[in-house]
Design a protein around this ligand. Structure first.
Ligand code: HEC
Length: 136
């Protein structure tokens, strides 16, 4: 009997860990197909400057001036905005970031209609310059 209880406990514990790990990985799901979308816009100075303008206008209120997720609107949101300097964001492909910006995820709005595809790619190029170890 005692042994069974231990087993049951272990089972519940592992089930808990599993669902926890799952929800972590699926924090803001982009489909694997998003990774195959190629960035058609070169990450040159001109596109980064355009990306920064768009970012300042649309993203800074939540994600903050430096992209750390500390914008003025952040404290009022049900979930904290992602830190764009973090590995969590920087390790994602350009395609995944583009997909996220297009789709949004409440409370983050969708930018499919607000921004043209070119503008969304420019924002992706700008986000790359926010990386902690960026040389730009
Ligand atoms: C209303 C506030 C708000 C605005 C405006 C906003 N975001 Fe977000 N963003 C969020 C929140 C909140 C999250 C975290 C969502 C989550 O964890 O599900 C997020 C997450 C992200 C992520 C990370 C997604 C991930 O988990 O992989 C990226 C990239 C992102 N936003 C880019 C942008 C860009 C680019 C803009 C501007 C074009 C923008 N966001 C505008 C609130 C916002």
């Amino acid at each position: 009997m005692l042994k069974n209880k231990k087993l049951l406990f272990l089972f519940i514990l592992s089930a808990f860990c599993f669902t926890n790990a799952q929800s972590q990985a699926k924090k803001f799901p982009s489909p694997p197909s998003a990774d195959t979308i190629k960035n058609p816009i070169k990450g040159n100075q001109a596109s980064i400057i355009s990306g920064k303008k768009i970012y300042t206008q649309y993203c800074v209120t939540c994600h903050g001036e430096k992209g750390k997720g500390d914008g003025i609107a952040a404290p009022g949101l049900p979930r904290p905005p992602a830190d764009h300097t973090s590995g969590f964001v920087q390790n994602q492909t350009d395609g995944a970031l583009y997909w996220i910006i297009s789709a949004g995820n409440n409370p983050m709005p969708t930018y499919k209609k607000t921004l043209t595809p070119t503008q969304r790619w420019q924002v992706v190029n700008y986000i790359r310059t926010l990386a902690k170890n960026s040389k730009k």
